[in-house]
Design a protein around this ligand. Structure first.
Ligand code: ATP
Ligand code: ATP
Ligand code: MG
Ligand code: MG
Ligand code: MG
Ligand code: MG
Length: 269
């Protein structure tokens, strides 16, 4: 600050490199749990999907959206979450390292802070961590393709994991046998194994697991009664309605147009 005398050491600041994100682009920060394959085992996550862990991921992402500026949509699955800053954001002068570290540290501390809400008395054995990266997308099409890519990834992994763990848990195969059985199979083959051998229609499996979690801001009218007193009048209860925005979670397809047509203000021109 201005009242601080400059020291002879001050020149070292010039070693900092400029990481301003290109203007007009959506800024995406994606984080991913470090070594969560092991973390999941050590914390006895249920296979293939542990709903406590998914709930905690969403809760932490929710906290990121509430606490940081300008995030218009977030998408998460497994141990990852992507956050999209609006293209006109000037938060932290669009400095990539500031945005990325604020997202990942707010997320990590929330993951620990809210652990008990989802895992109860089961202890958190060590401090988990998440890596972060920043990617810029210059067009709405590119941004939608990015989110589609993550949701397609969710689908591919979840279909594989669902069949794999069904073969193990219900089919009595060892993990090695299940892996062998699935080698070279296509999506249609996997659906067929589930349907013909286990009477499971994959499309009826939980949307949370098949589609992941999309968080967006939604406006809601909220009415509260306020006790008011106007001059020369009796005190009375008056309903006051105001528009509040809150984070809403969806487990739906975001690859097709329907979601985007229903929520036209997420993307800017
Ligand atoms: P920014 O988000 O820009 O970093 P800031 O409020 O964190 O804003 P800093 O320049 O990082 O600003 O300064 C940290 C401030 O936190 C200090 O000015 C001081 O008020 C407070 N602070 C940090 N550590 C201590 C401490 N150990 N004891 C008392 N105050 C502290
Ligand atoms: P890296 O540090 O390279 O990211 P990783 O072990 O975290 O390594 P990922 O590719 O990120 O590898 O995969 C995350 C793993 O975490 C999944 O393969 C799965 O085993 C586990 N996992 C994450 N979330 C859940 C969940 N909700 N339920 C069950 N397992 C989960
Ligand atoms: Mg990885
Ligand atoms: Mg990981
Ligand atoms: Mg991952
Ligand atoms: Mg500070």
């Amino acid at each position: 600050s201005s009242n601080m005398a400059k020291s002879k050491f001050e020149y070292v600041r010039n070693f900092e490199t400029d990481d301003t994100c290109l203007r007009n682009c959506y800024i995406v920060v994606r984080l991913d749990g470090r070594n969560f394959h092991k973390f999941a085992e050590q914390h006895k996550f249920t296979k293939p999907n542990d709903n406590r862990a998914l709930g905690l991921m969403s809760r932490s992402a929710h906290s990121v959206m509430e606490e940081l500026e300008d995030i218009v949509i977030a998408y998460g699955q497994s141990d990852e979450f992507s956050f999209v800053f609006k293209r006109t954001s000037t938060w932290f002068k669009r400095r990539a390292s500031k945005l990325m570290t604020h997202v990942t540290s707010q997320f990590s501390s929330s993951y620990v802070f809210y652990w008990r809400e989802f895992f109860g008395d089961q202890p958190l054995l060590f401090p988990p961590s998440f890596d972060g990266r920043v990617v810029l997308y210059p067009s709405n099409r590119n941004l939608r393709d990015y989110l589609s890519w993550r949701q397609a990834d969710c689908h591919i992994n979840n279909l594989y994991n669902t069949v794999f763990w069904t073969l193990v848990q219900k089919g009595g195969l060892t993990t090695v046998q299940a892996e062998d059985r699935l080698k070279g199979t296509l999506a249609a083959d996997k659906n067929e194994i589930l349907f013909s051998e286990f009477d499971i229609n994959y499309n009826n499996e939980s949307a949370l697991h098949r589609k992941g979690t999309t968080l967006i801001w939604e406006k809601r009218d909220e009415t509260v009664t306020k006790r008011m007193k106007l001059p020369d009048e009796e005190e009375k209860d008056v309903p006051v309605t105001r528009s509040r925005r809150r984070v809403q979670a969806y487990h739906c397809d975001i690859i097709g147009d329907e979601f985007w047509d229903k929520h036209p203000d997420i993307l800017e021109d």
